[in-house]
Design a protein. Structure first.
Length: 294
C-alpha cells in the first residue's frame, strides 16, 4: 500500500527511547540523578503517528540537544547553582518497519539507537575533566502497535541498553526501557502524541543499583499548515530512592515547531526549560529532531 503523507514522519522514527534526557533517551552517563535529564524527552510531535497494512520501509532519525547545566534542583526543590558544564548529545537512530505476515492490522519496528556524547566543563579542577566525549551505550529493541481508530495509534515499545560505550561516557550497567505509546487527533487541527513507562537498571560498576524511573512525555501540536506544526512539550519523570540517594523528580515544559519539507523528511526544533523538580537536572536545552524515510 502507499503510506499516507505524514506516516513516515511519525514515531519511532524517533526515539523511542531515547531518550535519563531520558534517561536521555537513554543516557545515564552520570552517577548523579541530579545530572540526568528526563527520559525520552527527545520525541517530537506525531512521533507515534504510525500506519498499519503497509509495505516495509526504513527511517533514519538524528536527535540532538545542547543542555546548559548552570542550575540544578536540590533535594529540597530549590533551584541552586550547577557546575556550569555544557552537554552536547546526539542520538542516531535506524528503524526498520514492516507488517507481520500473520496480521495486517498491526505494525512492527526494530530499532538501533547510538548516542554520541560530549561534556564541556571549563571550570573543572581536573584538566582531564574539562572535555570528555565518546560513544554512549547503544539501545536496541522493538515496537508494536495497532489503530483503535483510523487516525489514532496505541502501542508498546521496549529497549535494551547495552553497557559497552566509551569508558568516559558509559553508564556501566544494563537497562530496560519499556513504555506505552499513543497518538490521537484532538479537536480541529490539534493532536496529541505521548508515552508513559519505566526504566529498570542493573547494578553499576561502582556497586550502586539505581532506583526505577517512571516517566511520561507529551506533545500537543497544532497543524497550522500541511508543512508547519507548532507544539507544546510537557515531560515528567520520577526516580525511586536507592542506597543513600534520595528520590528524584522533574517537570519540564517546552515550545517547538516541526517543518515537513518533503513527504519523507521533517525537522523539529524545540526549546525546553524546567518548571519544577527535586534532586534533578534543571533543563535548559535546545533540541532538534531530523527524520528521513525511504
Amino acid at each position: 500500500m502507499t503510506l499516507k503523507q505524514g506516516s513516515k514522519r511519525g514515531i519511532s522514527y524517533g526515539v523511542k527511547a531515547a531518550s535519563c534526557a531520558f534517561v536521555a533517551a537513554g543516557l545515564f552517563w552520570t552517577a548523579s540523578p541530579a545530572q540526568a535529564q528526563t527520559t525520552f524527552d527527545v520525541i517530537g510531535p506525531k512521533e507515534y503517528d504510525l500506519p498499519v497494512d503497509f509495505d516495509p520501509f526504513n527511517v533514519f532519525v538524528q536527535y540532538a540537544y545542547v543542555q546548559n547545566n548552570d542550575h540544578v534542583w536540590d533535594v529540597n526543590g530549590n533551584k541552586v547553582a550547577g557546575d556550569g558544564s555544557q552537554s552536547i548529545v546526539g542520538l542516531s537512530k535506524f528503524v526498520h518497519f514492516w507488517t507481520p505476515s500473520f496480521s495486517n492490522k498491526i505494525g512492527l519496528a526494530y530499532e538501533v539507537i547510538q548516542p554520541e556524547i560530549a561534556i564541556r566543563n571549563r571550570g573543572a579542577a581536573d584538566p582531564d575533566g574539562r572535555h570528555v566525549s565518546g560513544f554512549g551505550d547503544t539501545l536496541t529493541g522493538f515496537a508494536t502497535w495497532y489503530k483503535p481508530t483510523p487516525e489514532s495509534t496505541l502501542g508498546i515499545q521496549s529497549f535494551l541498553q547495552i553497557p559497552w560505550g566509551d569508558k568516559d561516557v558509559s553508564d556501566t550497567n544494563w537497562k530496560n526501557l519499556t513504555s506505552l505509546l499513543w497518538y490521537t487527533p484532538l479537536i480541529g487541527k490539534f493532536d496529541w502524541t505521548g508515552d508513559a513507562g519505566f526504566v529498570w537498571q542493573s547494578t553499576k560498576d561502582n556497586g550502586l543499583k539505581p532506583g526505577t524511573t517512571f516517566h511520561t512525555n507529551n506533545r500537543f501540536g497544532y497543524q497550522m499548515l500541511d508543512w508547519l506544526e507548532p507544539y507544546i512539550a510537557l515531560d515528567y519523570e520520577h526516580t525511586d530512592s536507592y542506597s543513600n540517594v534520595p528520590k528524584s523528580w522533574g517537570l519540564d515544559g517546552g515550545l517547538g515547531v516541526m517543518v515537513s519539507y518533503a513527504e519523507s523528511s521533517s525537522l523539529a526544533v524545540r526549546y525546553s526549560k524546567s518548571l519544577n523538580g527535586e534532586n534533578h537536572a534543571y533543563n535548559d536545552s535546545w533540541n532538534l529532531r531530523y527524520i528521513y524515510a525511504w
